[in-house]
Structure formats: structure tokens, C-alpha cells
Design a protein around this ligand. Structure first.
Ligand SMILES: [Ca+2]
Ligand SMILES: [Ca+2]
Ligand SMILES: [Ca+2]
Length: 216
């Protein structure tokens, strides 16, 4: 499929998904070509704040809301500048948890979806470095495991602190609730939902239209 046709298909599906998914007024559903080999993954932004651990537990309790594949979620793992730009865009740049943590071994930063280590150590100035050429986008002074708010330091990945530009920070995640982004690694090669999901989307659209009709 050409890039243009691919893009058109994406727009149609994303528009339908957002229409449905924003009904509870707390989430948006998106598709991005950031799976293995450029395949399509599903992303869900959740505006209701949660601690990092609660957000990850919620992500794992949910399944792909768009394609109906049954794939469960994780807090987003970011593996390229393009995916980082995408997450920065859909999350609104106002601060969001991402699926990075060094809670198991201090300084061993891993993605929570598959445990891959992408960073070793503190900030680059302190000798920290990306593992196996991994993509990273730390703010220049991060991660710094700041301990001023408690002895545990900072063990959870956060993007866009203070309306930033897609930079990452380590942050204390056990008490601070923030919005978050869930990634469902559907790795689809087509943006067309399964027939069962399509009929569900159609049914929901009909219900919404009828409700609107009765209000007028
Ligand atoms: Ca990803
Ligand atoms: Ca840490
Ligand atoms: Ca920090």
C-alpha cells in the first residue's frame, strides 16, 4: 500500500475511533506506524491522573480498543524520534507518564513492555549512556534520581515536565498522579478494524446520533 493511501485509511479510522473513544471525556485513541517494521500500534491517551504503578496496572487490564485484537496494553515504550514526536503531539505536551523505569535496579532503565534496558546510569554528564544504540530523549540533566522528595529517589519515566518539548525526566511516581499514554502493540499491517469492532463502532455511532437527535 502506498504511503498516501495508508495515510487516508489512518485518518478515517482515527476519526471514527476518537469520536467513540472521547465519549467518556477522558481518553483518545490513535494509530501510529511505530510497531516492528512500521506496523500499526494503537495508542490511548488517558487524562484521568494516576500514579505510575496504577497507570501501568490499568494499562495491563485494558485491551486494544480499536482493532479488537485482544492485545493488552502497557505504558508507552518509545523507540524512535518519530514515535516520541507522535506521543508528544497526542498527549498535548502537558506532562505524561511513559513506560520507562529503573525501580528494580537503580540506573538500569528499562521499558516496561518487554523489560528491554535502554539506558545505564545517571545523566550523560554523570557518565550515563544508551544501551545497544537505543533511542533516548532525556532532558540534558536527567535522569538524576533526585532524592529531595524522599529517600527512594526518582524511578519513573515522565515526558514534558512543565510543557516541555518531548524531553524525558525521571520522576517520583509513587505519590504523584499524572495523565498517561497506553500503547497496544497490535503490529497490524492494515488500519481497517475487525468486522466485529467495525459493527461495534457503527452501533455506538448510531446511539450517539440518536441521543443528539432527541436533544434537539
Ligand atoms: Ca512503542
Ligand atoms: Ca532511579
Ligand atoms: Ca529527575
Amino acid at each position: 500500500m502506498s504511503r498516501v493511501r495508508h495515510g487516508i485509511a489512518l485518518c478515517v479510522v482515527v476519526a471514527a475511533a476518537c469520536f467513540i473513544a472521547t465519549a467518556p471525556a477522558e481518553a483518545g485513541v490513535y494509530v501510529g506506524p511505530y510497531g516492528a517494521g512500521g506496523t500499526l500500534n494503537v495508542y490511548e491517551t488517558v487524562d484521568t491522573p494516576a500514579t505510575w504503578a496504577d497507570a501501568q496496572a490499568i494499562a495491563q487490564s485494558r485491551t486494544d480498543p480499536l482493532f479488537g485484537t485482544g492485545v493488552t496494553g502497557n505504558l508507552v515504550a518509545i523507540n524512535s524520534q518519530a514515535e516520541n514526536d507522535f506521543i508528544h503531539s497526542i498527549s498535548g505536551g502537558e506532562g505524561t507518564w511513559i513506560g520507562a523505569t529503573d525501580e528494580t535496579v537503580e540506573g538500569e532503565w528499562r521499558w516496561v513492555n518487554d523489560g528491554t534496558q535502554f539506558w545505564q546510569g545517571g545523566s550523560a554528564a554523570e557518565g550515563g549512556y544508551p544501551v545497544a544504540g537505543s533511542y533516548v530523549n532525556w532532558q540534558p540533566d536527567e535522569p538524576n534520581d533526585l532524592a529531595q522528595y524522599g529517600p527512594a529517589g526518582e524511578d519513573y519515566g515522565f515526558m514534558d515536565y512543565g510543557g516541555d518539548i518531548g524531553w524525558w525526566f525521571d520522576f517520583w511516581g509513587d505519590t504523584e498522579p499524572w495523565p498517561y499514554v497506553i500503547e497496544y502493540e497490535t503490529e497490524r499491517d492494515t488500519a481497517i478494524p475487525e468486522p466485529a469492532t467495525l459493527s461495534l463502532l457503527g452501533f455506538a455511532a448510531v446511539v450517539l446520533l440518536r441521543r443528539r437527535g432527541t436533544k434537539r
